[in-house]
Design a protein around this ligand. Structure first.
Ligand code: WQD
Length: 328
């Protein structure tokens, strides 16, 4: 049985689809702080499975123990956590309390129940402003916001835990920029309110919910002056988790990206072409804390996991819009 924390969220729900396609049995714990209960029904429609879901907070140790008493958990995939960079700057204590406390509680209960296999959802944000590109897993780590720091601190907690007890198999997955949605159009990215991230903002402009996209700076030293990122389809990202599950072996760290960079304007132009729609946009000053360019070296994940992203930027743009059109 695989326990998926935050399994009703964007990446968690897509990973559950891939886990079930690979005949894993799944149980979910989610506190609905950034997800919706209706995702359970959507997952049933996609997979045909009734997935046991515990609506609990990971910081509730008693409730978490109950999950491990009710189920024989072989491995945990740990997605649960707050993830908005801007919000973390305004509310650092909430981020440290939630993201770190929940992880410590999870790890203590796992040890108590002799469950030693964990895959952790980390982020390319731990690389800060990279010294060169593409970014490799052994690059220096630094963060510029509390959200990123929670990821960095949790990586350190996991490394120290492994040193203290190498019964653990710990896989740290550093995501680049996940976008897109399951081909069914039933699940996808559903940020509440005004999105922080580029693709959900583009999509809300496409539906008319938001009036215009602000392009944060066109004076970077990049292909067209706008920010370059390594966008990876969320379904490819989910596949990376299944491959990690099959290859757990000690402490491992992998980038999950495509190895290619795409600029803001390139992404907008692709979205317009693929969906035959015009996106209103304006150039505004840079967003504080943004880096110019970021994309992954994917050699390690390919060599050790056999992971290679397959979907294109066109697929990501089509699927992202398809989801919203299906769920307006
Ligand atoms: C991408 C590019 C912006 C919005 C963050 C987190 C990272 C992960 C993904 C959680 C940049 C530009 C954006 C907009 C814009 N989150 N942009 N207008 O900042 O690379 O990464 O989200 O795990 O940890 O750091 O993603 O989508 O916010 O920005 O021009 O309205 O789009 O400047 O160049 P980012 P993003």
């Amino acid at each position: 049985m695989i326990l998926v924390t935050g399994g009703l969220g964007y990446i968690g729900s897509h990973t559950i689809v891939e886990l079930i396609k690979n005949n894993y049995e799944v149980v979910v714990v989610d506190n609905l702080s950034n997800s919706k209960r209706e995702v359970i029904d959507k997952l049933k429609k996609i997979t045909g499975k009734d997935i046991p879901v515990y609506i609990n907070d990971l910081c509730d140790k008693k409730a978490l123990r109950q999950i491990f008493q009710d189920n024989i958990i072989d491995s945990v995939i740990h997605f649960a956590g707050f993830k908005a960079v801007g919000e973390s700057v305004e509310k650092p204590l909430m981020y440290y309390r939630n993201n770190i406390d929940s992880t410590l509680t999870l790890l203590e209960v796992m040890e108590e129940f002799n469950c030693f296999n964990i895959i952790f959802s980390s982020s390319a944000t731990v690389y800060g402003s990279p010294k060169s590109l593409p970014i490799k897993e052994d690059f220096p780590l630094s963060t510029t916001n509390p959200y990123g720091s929670t990821k960095l601190f949790i990586e350190q907690i996991l490394k120290d835990l492994y040193t203290s007890n190498n019964k653990f198999n710990i896989t740290i997955l550093r995501y680049f920029n996940p976008i897109g949605a399951d081909e069914s159009g039933l699940i996808g990215e559903d940020p509440r309110g005004i999105p922080n991230n580029l693709m959900p903002y583009i999509v809300k402009v496409a539906t008319g919910e938001l009036e215009i996209l602000s392009v944060f700076g066109d004076d970077y030293d990049t292909v067209d002056g706008t920010g370059v990122r390594d966008y990876i389809h969320v379904t490819d990202l989910a596949r990376g988790h299944v491959l990690s599950l099959k290859n757990q072996n000690g402490l491992r760290i992998y980038n999950l990206g495509t190895g290619h960079g795409t600029s803001v304007l390139e992404l907008v132009n692709t979205f317009e072409k693929v969906n035959n729609i015009k996106i209103n946009k304006k150039i505004v000053p840079r967003r504080p804390g943004d880096i110019a360019e970021c994309f992954a070296s994917c050699d390690k994940a390919f060599k050790e996991l056999g992971f290679k992203a397959e979907k294109t930027i066109e697929d990501m743009c089509r699927d992202a819009y398809n989801y919203v059109k299906n769920n307006e």
